[in-house]
Design a protein. Structure first.
Length: 72
């Protein structure tokens, strides 16, 4: 489940040489639950395709790329 946008903050921080900082507010309200968080910086589709193509050119033994579907 995604965090609501109102609880996620992404901004330039003067305390960190004006670099971008991402933070979020979350309430751990159930003592026995397990909480997991994941984050990945956003890729544009074009940038991701370029990166995947560069990996394919390396002919790595452990990489296999397959098309799973098409969009209309």
């Amino acid at each position: 489940q995604r965090l609501p946008a109102k609880n996620v903050y992404y901004y330039r921080c003067p305390d960190h040489r004006r670099n971008y900082v991402m933070s979020f507010a979350f309430c751990f309200d159930r003592e026995d639950d397990v909480y997991q968080f994941a984050y990945c910086y956003p890729y544009t589709y074009s940038r991701l395709q370029h990166y995947l193509a560069s990996l394919e050119r390396r002919n790595l033994d452990y990489l296999q790329r397959e098309q799973l579907g098409l969009s209309v």
